[in-house]
Structure formats: C-alpha cells, structure tokens
Design a protein around this ligand. Structure first.
Ligand SMILES: Cc1cc2nc3c(=O)[nH]c(=O)nc-3n(C[C@H](O)[C@H](O)[C@H](O)COP(=O)(O)O)c2cc1C
Length: 363
C-alpha cells in the first residue's frame, strides 16, 4: 500500500510517504527562504517523496520561535518560494508549506519582548508568562494566518498545513492546559477550535474552495495527568474536519512535556509509531485522510499502520535527514531506516545527521 497513490481534496499524491515538517535552520535574515532550502526539497522530490511539507514558517515576526526560521508574513516571500515550488514540481512530488505562530514558545527579542497565548499560563521550560491575547490580537492573528495562506497559494504550493501541534499558538488554543478562557475562544472544543475555523473561513475568501488546507495536530500534549489527550483529541479532529481541514497529521507533545514529539532511542517495532493509538481513534472519527508521524522506521510497521487502519499516509522526519533517498531504498527492498533517533539532527548550523560525530574522543 505504501507505494499506492492517494488523493487529498483533489490533490493527487504519488505514494503514501510524507516528509514531515522539519525546521532546517537555513532561512536568511528576516525569514527569507534561501536556495539551500530549495536544494533540500528538490533532493527529496528527486527521491520520490509523495508529499513534502516545509519547515514551519511564521506568519508574523512576533511569532518567530527559532533562529534561521522561514517566514511567510510578507508578499516579498512569494517570489523566492515560487522558485522552490518550481524545483520540486519538476519531479512530480507535491509540496505544502507549514505555517505557524510560535505563541508562548516564541523567541523573546528586543522588538518583541513578550509572547502571546490564549491565557497567561507560565511556560515552565522558558520561565516566561505569556500575555493573554485581546480580542483585537486574536482577530489580527486570524488575518495573519489567512494572508499567509494566500501567499502560500500564490507561490505555487500544492497545499498549506496549519501547525496546530507542539504547543505553538494554535495548539495552545486547543489545549485545556494552556487555554483557560471563558469567552467564545475557550472551554468547549467548538470554542477552542474556533480560531482555526475563522482562519479557514477568511482564507477561503481569498484562495477559493479548492486549495487544500491540512493540519498537523497534537493528539496529546504529552503530560500524563493534564492537557489534551484521548478521547478529546477525536472531538478536536472532528471539529477540524468540520472547519474545512482536508487531512490531519497526528502528532503530540509541547516543549514543557519534554521529548514527546521526537522520541529518542526508537529501536524496536513496538517503540515505533508512538502516536499510533491516537491515530487509529482519530481515523475512526473522521472521513478525511490521516497521516501518522513519530518514530516510523521499518517497512513492516509502516505497512501495518496502513493495512490495519491506523493511518492513510506515513510521515517521516529524522529518517529523511539521514537518508533523503530512503523512499527509493524502500522501493528497492531495504526494510529499515538507518536513523537511530539520537536527536543530534537538531543542529542550529543547519539540519544534518550528526549521529556518527564523536563528541569527545578522549572520553
Ligand atoms: C530537526 C527537527 C526539526 C523539526 N521541525 C519541525 C517543524 O518545523 N514543524 C513540525 O511540525 N515538526 C517539526 N519537527 C517534528 C517532526 O516533524 C516529527 O513530528 C518528529 O520528529 C517525529 O517524527 P520522526 O520520528 O520521523 O522524526 C522537527 C523535528 C526535528 C528532528
């Protein structure tokens, strides 16, 4: 099944492999996408990834959350992105841009010495308490996301992915851990997902009904005893589908919960696909395609995820940093990715696999 095509809202995708959004630390000043990012995506396209999802790209400078992160907050980015989409399309792969606002996980800078969130819940990993957003700030953010969707469309991307995972702004609206509001943006799932419904409604006014709007969502924040988790994540997914999301990628974890999103040390089939139980529940609740990310390493487990109804597509991040040609290798009979999930690919000098670098040869 992994090599069978699939349609997402009319978008034809060659196979079931997704390159999960991966921040590359390769953007220029102020978020400008560089040819080096194009080199990376072109290589992935050449090696037959069905759908490439870009690194997270910020919709407003106040929502930047990493150095050398891509931006999509200004029309001047449309040209450079158009060059990148053109390079990918030569090979038949599809490409989506992931858009984000960092929310309570944004960088503190002299220009933006504050972070934003639905409620003023201190982030224990940074020690920073965000500002609770005003109605005006929420409306501005909806417009920022919608304008970003317009730019993504204009730059020739095949789809956009809203980043509603990992504790960033939209994810913090969804989570009861970070959203304590009692107005129309809080409490019920309908209210907590309202910001996404509003973004899509406004974006549709500009890009029409056909442009695929996908989402990567947290199924769990990653705490054992609080925050978003099953079974409520299914209600969230259903609400996202009603809002017009056409495919859901199931992930989890916020910064405060530790290494939940990119779990280290995946070395057994049981350890693979660590969000699988959530994906299956969500898949049973929605009728749109579901992508599963997190610790997929072997062909056997990936096949099982599709054949046993956990997901419609498999999404990979760290394995494709080590082996951009992995899908071709799989097609030719390789059974397992080489990735050891050591997480040394989080490299501010530009992502790369550093697993074989000897840190201190004297020890
Ligand atoms: C270096 C690096 C950068 C990442 N950047 C993003 C990102 O920009 N957006 C996102 O949604 N997830 C990001 N992730 C998370 C991955 O997309 C993925 O959800 C996670 O690593 C689990 O999948 P894996 O086991 O295949 O690596 C990143 C992960 C890594 C290792």
């Amino acid at each position: 099944m992994l090599f069978e095509p699939i349609e997402i809202a009319g978008l034809h995708i060659l196979n079931r492999f997704v390159r999960s959004a991966t921040h590359e630390w390769l953007a220029g000043d102020n978020g400008t996408p560089t040819p080096a990012i194009g080199d990376m995506y072109e290589e992935l396209a050449m090696y037959e990834i069905g759908l490439i999802i870009s690194g997270y790209s910020y919709v407003n400078p106040a929502g930047k959350s990493s150095q050398a992160q891509q931006g999509i907050y200004d029309d001047r980015f449309i040209g450079p992105y158009r060059q990148i989409t053109g390079r990918v399309h030569k090979y038949g792969s599809k490409i989506a841009l992931q858009i984000v606002h960092g929310g309570r996980q944004s960088l503190i800078t002299p220009e933006y010495p504050y972070t934003l969130a639905p409620s003023a819940v201190k982030d224990s990993s940074s020690g920073i308490t965000p500002q609770a957003m005003t109605e005006e700030q929420i409306q501005r953010t909806i417009e920022d996301f919608a304008q970003a969707v317009r730019r993504v469309h204009a730059a020739g991307f095949d789809a956009v992915q809203l980043h509603i995972a990992h504790g960033f702004l939209l994810s913090s609206f969804i989570s009861p851990y970070t959203n304590h509001r009692t107005d129309k943006w809080g409490k019920s799932v309908e209210n907590r997902t309202r910001i996404i419904a509003e973004i899509i409604r406004r974006a549709r006014e500009m890009v029409g009904e056909d442009f695929p709007i996908m989402a990567k969502m947290n199924a769990t924040d990653g705490f054992n005893d609080k925050g978003l988790d099953a079974p409520e994540c299914v209600d969230v997914a259903v609400a996202l589908e009603s809002a017009g999301v056409c495919a859901i990628e199931v992930s989890g974890g916020i910064f405060e919960a530790g290494e939940v999103m990119s779990r280290p040390g995946i070395n057994s089939p049981e350890g693979e696909a660590y969000f699988r139980k959530y994906a299956r529940m969500i898949k049973q609740g929605v009728s749109i395609p579901v992508m599963l990310v997190g610790g997929l390493r072997s062909m056997a487990v990936m096949e099982e995820m599709l054949a046993s109804g956990y997901a419609d597509m498999v999404s990979l991040c760290r394995p494709l940093i080590r082996e951009p040609d992995l899908v071709v290798k799989f097609r030719k009979g390789v059974q397992e990715a080489e990735c050891t999930s050591c997480n040394r690919c989080f490299d501010e000098n530009g992502i790369r696999c550093n697993s074989e670098i000897v840190l201190n040869p004297l020890i």
